[in-house]
Ligand binder design. Sequence first.
Ligand code: 0CJ
Ligand code: F3S
Length: 324
Amino acid sequence: MEIKGQTMTELPPLTLYLAAPRGFCAGVDRAIKIVELALEKWGAPVYVRHEIVHNKYVVDGLRAKGAVFVEELDDCPLDRPVIFSAHGVPKSVPAAAQAREMLYVDATCPLVSKVHIEAERHHANGLQMVMIGHEGHPETIGTMGQLPDGEVLLVETPEDVAKLDVRDPEKLAFITQTTLSVDDTAGIVAALKARFPAIIGPHKEDICYATTNRQEAVKAIAPKIDALLVIGAPNSSNSQRLVEVGRAKGCAYSQLVQRATEIDWRALAGITSVGITAGASAPEELVNEVIDAFRARYAVTVELVETAKERVEFKVPRVLRETA
Ligand code: 0CJ
Ligand code: F3S
């Protein structure tokens, strides 16, 4: 292009496939609202046990409004409200808060609470539990912590299933983390059913609608693209699973980025298409930031790839509905 004797370099063309659904799920939306409403109702500081959701941008934003993030209940003063994160907590945590007469609000996603209830029901029926989940993840710790120590056996792989030492193979049930890979989990469930034909469980697993839908959308775009960027945090299980799905479905360059500044432009040299999605804890502001960064370097054509519509909404707890 020639403008007033100056040569302008044309931007290279790029098709940007934008996955839908992506980003915030109903449980994350509710958890963030709970912190915001608690700050409005009780003023700052409001304590939050663990990152409310696994996203630095969200956490920093709430911290700026007066939320204080801690890892343990012991780190909270007795006279300020405390909120439990979306991932859920072991039973011992609300029990300790009650014993200390603390004001607490539980922001556990209702779909995680549903799994907690399943575990308790099976336990009450005399079944030993097997949980499919990631060791050390707060959701796994919270769900296993619904039952007495040793009552829930954790498996992460089909190989772990082969090593399980159960009390009675006729009295078993399984539950799962909500943010796992749908395909990997199907393999582990199959291994459980093959080894323990009497095992009881959900219809498929306990993976939530949001995790499932975000993985489906990545499956639809992965074969079309030269690179996939998943906006999300390194400690976000559901976001990490999207990167794995991208790679498994044919997009070798699938990367997690927290925001635009983390994009490795050199690694992207020569691409003509890119896929963008965001984990359930990543805000749309960051998606827009990443798209804008591409627009600054490429002549971008955006193609929305929508594989599902989501209309799920969860109410905040009553104590926070009555005010604000
Ligand atoms: O555990 C959950 C209920 C999902 C919460 C939203 O996502 P995130 O990234 O905070 O948590 P995961 O690490 O579990 O995906
Ligand atoms: Fe809940 Fe699933 Fe989101 S369990 S917090 S709806 S990722």
